[in-house]
Design a protein. Structure first.
Length: 459
C-alpha cells in the first residue's frame, strides 16, 4: 500500500515534471530530470550572427564606435549571406561532437534574424530577404541536435529603448536630450512580444539564453525588462525549456536554471550558497563573438579540447562560439578548430558525454585532467603532459579492474600497492602503498590529448 502510494506520488511528480507544471516550486529532482539531456550533452555550439558580420570588427561595433542608426544602416542595406547553408552548419556542429546549438535571434544592435511581425528591422527586409532562423531550426532538428535561442535584452535600435551607459549614442548630447522622453515600458512590451513569437512559431525550443542585465545607475535590470513576468511567460509557453541566469533574477527561486561564466574557466564546480549548480561556460575562439576578420588571438584546437575536458571535469557544459561571415559561412580558422575538436571527439566522446567531476577519493594526477562516468563506473584520465613510461595514480590502488587507452582500446597494464616500478642498483624503486602505476607506451599516442579509461571495480 505504502509502496503504491509512493509510486503514485512519484508518478505524479514525473508527470508534473514532464508537463513542466509549475505547481509550486519545482523540486530539485524535477529540475534535474528537466535538465538531464543538457547535462549529459556537455557540448554545444553558440552562433553569433547578424549585421555585425559585415564590419567584421566585433559584435559591439555599434556601441564601441558610437555609430548612429544611419551609420549602421549601411550593413542592413548590404546584408546578403548568399552562401548560407544551415544544414552545413548543423552538420559541422554535429561532426565536432556538439549536441545542441544556440543561435542569436537578435543581438544588442536590435537586428532580428527571424521574420518578426513587430519590426521591419529584420533579415526579411535586407537584400537577402529570408528568415534565417527557421531553416536553421529545421536543419538542427533533422540532424538530431537540440535548439536554443540567444536573445538580447539590450536593443540599440528600438525607438523606446532608453539611452544607458552602453548605448551607441550615449555621448551625443542632442540625441540623449531627445531620448529622455522614451518609455522603456514600450520597449518591454516589444521584448515580451518578440520572445513570445520566438517561443510559439518554431516548435519546441530547448534552451533560452537571455543577454544580459546590468542593473544600477545607468543600467538596466529586472525592472526594465519586467523579468519576472517575462520568465513566467517563457515557462508557460515552453514548459521544458532551460533558461540561463541573466534576467537579473538570481535571488528569485526558479529565476534561472544554470550559471553562465563567460570567457573564463571557473576554478572549480560553480557553486551558489555553497552548493554545486548546473553551469555552462560560453567561450570564443578569439575574444570576439561576431565574425572578426583581423582578430589574431585564436586558441588552438588542442587548447579548446583541453577547455572542453576541464569544463566537464568540473561538472559543467561548454558552449563554444562560431561567428559566421557575412557570406554565411564558417571561416577557415573556425573550420580548422572545429575539425580538430571533432577528430578528437570521434575517439574520445565517451569521456565527455554524461561525464562529470571525478569523486574526491580520486585525486587528479599532475599534468592530467579527470572526468568520470558515474553510470558506467569509469574514470577517464586525460593526459595533457605525456610522462615517461609510467603514470602514478595516488589513491587509486584497489579500485581499478582494467585500464586501456581510449582511442584504440589497447590495454594499459598497471602495478599496485608499492609494486616495483623500476630497477635501481641494489634495490628497486618502490611505489607507495595506495598508488596505482600505469605502464604507458613511451611514445605519446598520435591523438591530441590521450585518455586512459579506467574501469572501476563494482562497489
Ligand atoms: C556578452 C556580450 C555579448 C555576447 C555575450 C555572450 O554579454 O555583450 O556580445 O553575446 O556576452 O555570452
Amino acid at each position: 500500500m505504502l509502496r503504491a502510494l509512493v509510486a503514485g506520488v512519484c508518478f505524479l511528480g514525473l508527470a508534473a515534471a514532464a508537463a513542466g507544471a509549475p505547481a509550486g516550486p519545482e523540486t530539485e529532482a524535477a529540475k534535474k530530470a528537466r535538465m538531464k539531456w543538457w547535462t549529459e550533452a556537455r557540448f554545444g555550439m553558440f552562433i553569433h550572427w547578424g549585421l555585425y558580420a559585415l564590419p567584421a570588427r566585433h559584435e559591439w561595433v555599434k556601441s564601441r564606435e558610437r555609430l548612429s542608426d544611419e551609420d549602421y544602416d549601411r550593413y542592413f542595406a548590404r546584408f546578403d549571406p548568399d552562401l548560407y547553408d544551415p544544414l552545413a552548419w548543423v552538420r559541422t556542429a554535429k561532426s565536432t561532437g556538439m549536441k545542441y546549438i544556440v543561435v542569436t535571434t537578435k543581438h544588442h544592435d536590435g537586428f532580428c534574424l527571424w521574420d518578426s511581425s513587430l519590426t521591419d528591422y529584420k533579415a526579411t527586409r535586407t537584400p537577402y530577404g529570408k528568415d534565417l532562423i527557421r531553416p536553421l531550426v529545421e536543419a538542427a532538428r533533422a540532424e538530431g541536435l537540440r535548439v536554443g535561442f540567444y536573445h538580447s535584452l539590450l536593443d540599440w535600435h528600438h525607438p523606446s529603448y532608453t539611452v544607458d551607459r552602453n548605448h551607441p549614442m550615449r555621448d551625443d548630447k542632442d540625441f540623449v536630450d531627445k531620448a529622455a522622453a522614451r518609455d522603456i515600458g514600450e520597449y518591454a512590451e516589444y521584448l515580451h512580444g518578440q520572445v513570445r513569437e520566438l517561443l510559439t512559431r518554431y516548435g519546441r525550443i530547448d534552451t533560452l539564453f537571455m543577454d544580459y542585465s546590468f542593473p544600477g545607475p545607468g543600467g538596466k535590470g529586472r525592472n526594465e525588462w519586467r523579468s519576472d513576468e517575462l520568465l513566467k511567460m517563457v515557462r508557460e509557453l515552453q514548459p521544458g525549456i532551460i533558461v540561463n541566469d541573466r534576467l537579473d533574477l538570481l535571488d528569485v527561486p526558479g529565476g534561472w536554471d544554470y550559471r553562465t561564466p563567460e570567457q573564463f574557466m571557473p576554478r572549480a564546480w560553480v557553486k551558489v550558497d555553497g552548493r554545486p549548480v548546473p553551469w555552462e561556460t560560453c567561450q570564443t575562439f578569439s575574444g570576439s563573438w561576431g565574425y572578426d576578420r583581423d582578430e589574431s588571438t585564436w586558441k588552438s584546437a588542442r587548447q579548446l579540447i583541453a577547455m572542453l575536458i576541464e569544463t566537464v571535469s568540473k561538472g559543467g557544459n561548454l558552449l563554444l562560439n562560431v561567428g559566421p561571415t557575412g557570406r554565411g559561412t564558417f571561416d577557415d580558422r573556425s573550420l580548422d578548430r572545429l575539425r580538430g575538436i571533432g577528430s578528437w571527439m570521434e575517439l574520445h566522446a565517451r569521456s565527455i558525454y554524461a561525464c562529470t567531476q571525478a569523486p574526491a577519493e580520486f585525486p587528479k594526477p599532475a599534468g592530467c585532467l579527470m572526468t568520470y562516468d558515474p553510470e558506467a563506473g569509469r574514470l577517464y584520465v586525460h593526459v595533457l603532459e605525456w610522462p615517461l613510461g609510467t603514470l602514478e595514480l595516488d589513491g587509486f590502488a584497489g579500485h581499478v579492474d582494467y585500464a586501456q587507452l581510449l582511442h584504440d582500446a589497447s590495454e594499459v597494464r598497471f602495478t599496485e600497492k608499492g609494486g616495483p616500478t623500476g630497477f635501481m642498483p641494489g634495490s628497486r624503486e618502490p611505489g607507495a602503498e595506495n598508488t596505482l602505476t600505469l605502464r604507458l607506451p613511451v611514445r605519446k599516442p598520435d591523438v591530441e590529448i590521450p585518455v586512459v579509461e579506467l574501469f572501476l571495480k563494482k562497489r
